[in-house]
Design a protein around this ligand. Structure first.
Ligand code: FES
Length: 156
């Protein structure tokens, strides 16, 4: 049977865009202060990206010292964190790093979410935090450690 496109434990991450589209994201691909990387889960069984709006992730590397405990426990390689990229306001993809370097911004209506603190809303109109996807470093690879820790997208 075909597996679900939802990220699950043991998945790696794949680039959504660019010349490495579909390829595995390595720890060295993620730099502190760089714009977020949009990613899909990568099924280790097939080596293929699991492409679906609900599985799209926004991935950033933060400075380890900036992470609050709620984000630190789900980070890989010290500071790499991943969230559902579906904005909890109207579902636009979240693509931009805030100039403060620790928050991510939805460009549709300007909601801001704190990547250093479990994706909590720091500026509306969104009212619900982003779901965080736990990651870990395993044999030098970034690997999904569990399920999203909350609901995805706008409240229904
Ligand atoms: Fe993101 Fe409105 S959809 S702020």
């Amino acid at each position: 049977p075909k597996r679900s496109t939802k990220p699950q434990e043991g998945d790696k991450l794949a680039f959504m865009l660019g010349e490495k589209e579909g390829k595995e994201i390595l720890p060295s691909d993620l730099k502190i202060g760089a714009e977020p990387t949009l990613a899909y889960p990568l099924d280790p069984a097939t080596g293929k990206a699991l492409v679906a709006k609900a599985s799209l992730l926004v991935v950033v590397r933060l400075k380890p010292e900036d992470l609050k405990p709620g984000s630190a426990k789900n980070a890989a390689d010290g500071g790499v964190v991943a969230f559902s990229s579906m904005c909890t306001h109207y579902g636009c993809p979240i693509t931009t790093l805030h100039p403060n370097g620790t928050q991510v911004v939805c460009n549709c209506h300007g909601s801001v979410f704190n990547a250093a603190d479990r994706g909590v809303v720091t500026n509306g109109p969104a009212t619900r935090r982003l779901a965080m996807l736990p990651l870990e470093l395993k044999d030098g690879a970034i690997v999904v450690k569990g399920k999203f820790d909350g609901p995805l997208g706008p409240p229904t």
